[in-house]
Design a protein around this ligand. Sequence first.
Ligand SMILES: [Zn+2]
Length: 101
Amino acid sequence: MTITTTQDTRRAAAEAFGKKPAGQLFKSTPSKMLNGICVDCGGDATSFRDALSVKEWTIAGTCQSCQDEFYGGDYDDGMDGDHESGLASAGFGTDEDYGAF
Ligand SMILES: [Zn+2]
């Protein structure tokens, strides 16, 4: 299943990102989201494997291939209690909101 984001989806994600604390740090991210550009590699960030990958894009602004590289293409099995899942639950790639940073 491939999900391709629409212009409306990209606009909503860009606006939401700009309102988050991360939006204050990564000021170029909303415009890249709006234009479907990966914040990491600069490639196309409009098509994703599944809803989870789309959600990750709304949080990090990275394309599918950068997400696969970051998570080792094994995201669904990530929370298995090993070292990497410990990092994941510490906030890497999640939308945990601490209100401030
Ligand atoms: Zn990328």
